[in-house]
Design a protein. Structure first.
Length: 354
């Protein structure tokens, strides 16, 4: 049931912890703003939403999220242009997707109107926390957890929806090296791979750490046969073979990334051939060896567009030759120019916070 309450109570901190001198260039996701948005679901309805000082949560040890993993989240960014105007990038996509994720985990939908009212109110309160320098932004993390008590295996009867914010610099400072998965899988048919469920990411940590220990940055996930490429770490992945852009189709295993679909639209608008199809590991290895692999990059809200310089498969390392006018560089500039209000938004993706 959707709430009809849109009056948001706001309790502000007595003293901000903001240090404007060090606002830009902060480590991604390590610093948090003064306030957070919070709304609870009880007795079949969403209760009065609040903006409060950022603070610890008080929950019972029997809260279902600790035992059965009912937790979903989204990743968004707020940008500030040279006139101090604040913009979001396709927030409607994030609002729709968090509810799709919630449905898959038997959690209630969070009302669209309340999502946008809460998000706008929080960003107005935290406007001074939004960095202005290029490559910096305010990362926004909406999430929902099962906060009801009980350790019997069933969906919770109470939930908590929260939005927190973190001023952040670049996710990666340079091109990355990746390992193509041969043993581990990110998701399975019929599973929750297409949802932004917290457990999807926790399950990646072990194989990713093994890749890091071997001198790489991320794992490129493959299907259950390990013959076809699906995603790169927490990102979607693209390849340029000759002048054609390739990416895997979304499915119940692959997240429908907002940046991914934006890159596809930008490429098509510029007359670049795009193929959305299954991509074999062997095809990419062969393209690297014969020189037709001209670009390889990951896309996501946090990293935006990050080029891949090398990949490894079966203990053999392959190089992605760095060509002039890389698609990854062109797409990143086009995308960030829209996000920071430096260029015309021909797609209608930019959303101004007023």
């Amino acid at each position: 049931m959707e709430t009809d309450i849109l009056q948001i109570s706001i309790e502000k901190v007595k003293q901000s912890k903001l240090d404007k001198a060090t606002l830009n260039g902060r480590k991604f996701g390590a610093t948090f703003t003064d306030h957070m948005f919070i709304c609870t679901y009880q007795n079949g309805t969403w209760q009065t939403p609040k903006i409060t000082p950022y603070q610890p949560l008080q929950m019972e040890p029997s809260a279902r999220v600790f035992h059965y993993g009912q937790a979903v989240f989204e990743g968004m960014k707020a940008y500030k242009d040279q006139d101090n105007k604040i913009f979001l990038f396709r927030p409607d996509e994030n609002q729709e997707r968090i509810n799709k994720s919630a449905k898959r985990l038997a959690m209630p939908a969070f009302p669209k109107e309340l999502f946008f009212e809460g998000l706008n109110a929080l960003l107005r309160v935290e406007k001074d926390w939004i960095p202005q320098a290029d490559g910096n932004s305010l990362y926004i993390r909406p999430f929902m957890i099962a906060s009801g008590r009980g350790i019997f295996a069933a969906p919770s009867d109470e939930y908590t929806f929260i939005i927190i914010c973190s001023p952040s610099g670049k996710y990666y400072a340079k091109d990355v090296k990746v390992v193509i998965a041969e043993q581990y899988s990110r998701a399975a048919n019929g599973g929750v791979g297409a949802a932004k469920a917290a457990g999807n990411y926790g399950a990646q940590f072990y194989p990713t750490q093994k890749a890091i220990d071997a001198g790489y940055d991320q794992v490129v996930w493959t299907d259950s046969t390990h013959a076809y490429i699906e995603e790169a770490g927490t990102m979607n992945i693209f390849f340029r073979i000759n002048d054609t852009l390739l990416t895997a189709p979304t499915s119940e295993r692959i997240l429908d990334g907002v940046t991914r679909k934006s890159i596809i639209d930008i490429a098509k608008s510029q007359g670049i051939a795009v193929e959305v199809r299954k991509i074999a590991v062997e095809e990419i290895k062969e393209a690297s060896l014969n020189g037709s692999l001209k670009d390889m990059f990951g896309t996501g809200t946090a990293a935006v567009v990050i080029p891949i310089s090398h990949f490894s498969h079966k203990n053999v390392e392959y190089k992605v030759n760095k060509v002039e006018n890389r698609y990854s560089d062109l797409f990143k500039k086009h995308l960030t120019d829209i996000q920071y209000n430096r260029a015309e938004d021909e797609f209608g993706w930019r959303y101004e916070v007023k």
